[in-house]
Design a protein around this ligand. Structure first.
Ligand code: FES
Length: 104
């Protein structure tokens, strides 16, 4: 069963920004605002242990701060070496001025 969890307010993350969010029972999550549309992925790089929100976010791509691998924030797919395993992604729902993540 999916659970909807409130993670922050719309005003807490501007277009072009990313933000780490914690949801009880889940691994850390990275929330992205891509031109007003929000996406969420695991915040932990699948190559090693690094927080993606400590890296760089440009266009639809997040780049890991540790070895420079990158992922598509919409699909979680790895885009560049040394990342080969996709990030888990989570549906994001905006209701009013609140942002929710659907967690399993
Ligand atoms: Fe992210 Fe190596 S830990 S690319």
């Amino acid at each position: 069963m999916n659970t909807r969890v409130k993670v922050c307010k719309l005003g807490d993350i501007a277009p072009g920004e990313m933000k780490p969010v914690d949801v009880a029972g889940l691994k850390p999550i990275a929330l992205f605002n891509l031109d007003g549309t929000h996406y969420a992925t695991s915040n932990i790089c699948t190559h090693n242990i690094a927080m993606l929100t400590d890296g760089y976010f440009e266009g639809e791509v997040v780049e890991c701060p540790l070895h420079g691998g990158s992922f598509d924030i919409k699909t979680g797919e790895p885009l560049s070496f040394p990342c080969e395993i996709a990030l888990q992604t989570y549906p994001v729902i905006v209701e009013g001025d609140e942002i929710y993540i659907e967690a399993e």
